[in-house]
Ligand binder design. Structure first.
Ligand code: GAP
Length: 514
């Protein structure tokens, strides 16, 4: 399936099976704002729990907090967001469409990268088993030429953005002859900066109301609480503070479904360290976070690191973990070495000391910070899109199956009485539901032929179907069918709990990080 078609299928499947709806759909929706439906809310919660367990519960030196969305407005002056949280935007004079200038250039490079991939595929076909991809991409003249072009363009873009040279960003767009993707027009305005924060007011009267911002990242709630948490938790460096929660950005180019939203959720962790140790911790967290992703089995080749040329105003090193989304490799998580920028800024603006006293070295210092920051919605999209598959079965029929990692699946098992009208079967199935629901999210489904029910549960992502039939009444056994293999086994009802637990247990999955 072409990538565009695959992505459309992902969006329609998410709606059809109760995962994601357009916000306020009855009023024709609100751009780049989405609601999570009954299955989506469960999947999102399971991803959040999987992150929290790995990050907070499994680390003795990381604690979790839940800071407010509203913060004192000086927070955002101190953090640099008032002055520097901008995107470079450009308008097309003919179509009146607005774009992020850097994204136009990056999309141009992605097209060249697609050409590289095409060359690789062609060579793979030609050389068969003897094909060595690394050797090919490092020696083939055409591929090297494409790669050089990408590197030159991205380097120049990074430099221009770093130097705030917006005229050069426009010049680059013109030199590369980049056209409006919707209309093909090359009639561009100058590039301007646009602040992404949403403003609001606190207070009832117009004279006394205070200007506030909806937080554009959760991280600042951690920085301003750093000393409170350290002291009340008696924490020793190195230690981390984690939180999950909503963040808001007035994205100019909000597109690609839940990949880039105006209201989204982050899962962030700030790790406070001794100055000078940031390189060591940067490598540690790069490695640890990649292992977390890989533990979910979405495919080793679907991840890559992308080190930043252009660093954010607070960072001395940064990398993205990129994921192979249906529209190509894009940022899923950021790992940033934030130095002591934020704590120092908050010290200056609040006039309060935010230092740590190191009893071992008998000295006070402002800690450095290593941050891991992942978008929960992006993680949802990565999991969902990667799991959605179309299979042709041995008998030639097709099935759509959502192969979600069982640990994240919204419903772990569906209990199906073979015949709806047989009360003995329905009662037994309902008893099984009553028993299992203490530990697992399970569903009861009696409508339609059993084959159709299997397909429905496959498409909804349910890892197990448990069928109660005539033999169940005789000997207290049921059949359990695995979503991915479609294999069926007859098992004792009393064993169901342990069979399901083994497949969905967070511990079993997180152990794969080792
Ligand atoms: N505290 C650092 C920070 O916020 P970021 O790279 O701007 O860094 C971190 O954002 C992560 O948040 C990204 O890797 C992405 O997964 C997610 N994210 C950022 N903007 C988003 C948006 N508009 N919609 C959905 N997720 C977003």
């Amino acid at each position: 399936m072409a990538n565009d078609d695959k992505f459309k299928k992902v969006i329609s499947h998410a709606k059809e099976y109760g995962y994601v709806f357009q916000s306020s759909e009855i009023y024709d929706g609100l751009s780049a704002v989405y609601d999570y439906a009954q299955n989506g809310a469960e999947l999102k919660k399971n991803i959040r729990d999987y992150w929290w367990k790995a990050m907070v519960q499994m680390h003795d030196n990381i604690v979790g907090i839940d800071a407010a969305i509203f913060m004192h407005p000086t927070t955002w002056k101190a953090s640099g967001h008032v002055d520097a949280f901008n995107d470079p935007l450009i308008d097309n004079k003919d179509s009146k469409k607005r774009y992020r200038a850097d994204v136009l250039v990056e999309d141009y490079c992605a097209k060249i990268e697609a050409k590289i991939n095409k060359e690789v595929k062609k060579a793979e076909k030609r050389f068969g088993d003897a094909f060595n991809k690394d050797e090919f991409v490092s020696t083939n003249g055409r591929v090297l030429g494409y790669q050089e072009k990408i590197d030159t363009v991205l380097k120049r873009l990074g430099k221009s953005l770093e130097n705030e040279d917006l005229a050069d960003v426009k010049a680059l767009i013109e030199e590369l002859e980049i056209a409006d993707p919707m209309t093909g027009s090359r009639n561009w305005t100058d590039v301007k900066q646009f602040n992404l924060m949403f403003g609001t007011k606190l207070g009832a009267s117009a004279d006394t109301a205070m200007d506030l911002y909806l937080r554009p990242e959760t991280a600042q709630g951690i920085f301003v609480n750093f000393l409170n948490v350290q002291k009340t938790g008696r924490l020793k460096i190195p230690f981390g503070i984690a939180q999950t929660g909503k963040a808001f950005r007035n994205e100019i180019v909000a597109r690609q479904f839940i990949f880039r939203m105006r209201e989204f959720e982050q899962m962030e962790m700030q790790f406070f360290i001794k100055p000078g140790t940031q390189k060591e911790w940067f490598d540690y967290w790069k490695d640890t976070r990649l292992k977390w992703h890989k533990s979910l089995g979405l495919g080793e080749d679907n991840y890559r690191f992308h080190d930043h040329e252009k660093l954010a105003h607070y960072a001395d090193a940064a990398t993205d973990i990129e994921f192979n989304f249906p529209f190509g490799f894009k940022e899923l998580e950021g790992i940033h070495s934030r130095t002591d920028f934020d704590l120092k800024q908050h010290e200056t603006h609040s006039g309060k000391k935010l230092q740590y006293f190191d009893h071992e070295d008998n000295e006070s210092y402002t800690p450095y910070v290593l941050e891991t920051s992942i978008g929960l919605d992006r993680m949802f999209l990565a999991v969902f899109a990667n799991s959605l598959q179309n299979e042709t079965l041995e008998d030639g029929s097709e099935r759509t199956v959502l192969k979600l990692p069982a640990v994240l699946a919204p419903t772990k098992a569906a209990i199906l009485p073979l015949v709806r009208k047989d009360e003995a079967l329905t009662n037994m199935a309902k008893d099984i539901v009553e028993d299992l629901k203490w530990d697992f999210n399970v569903a009861y489904d009696e409508k339609d032929a059993v084959g159709r029910r299997y397909r429905r549960q496959d498409a909804a992502g349910t890892p197990f179907c448990i069928t109660v039939d005539g033999e169940s009444i005789e000997n207290n056994t049921v059949t359990i069918r695995h979503r991915d293999t479609m294999e069926q086994k007859r098992v004792k009802i009393e064993d169901l709990h342990s069979i399901i637990k083994k497949e969905v247990d967070v511990k079993e999955w997180l152990m794969r990080m080792e």
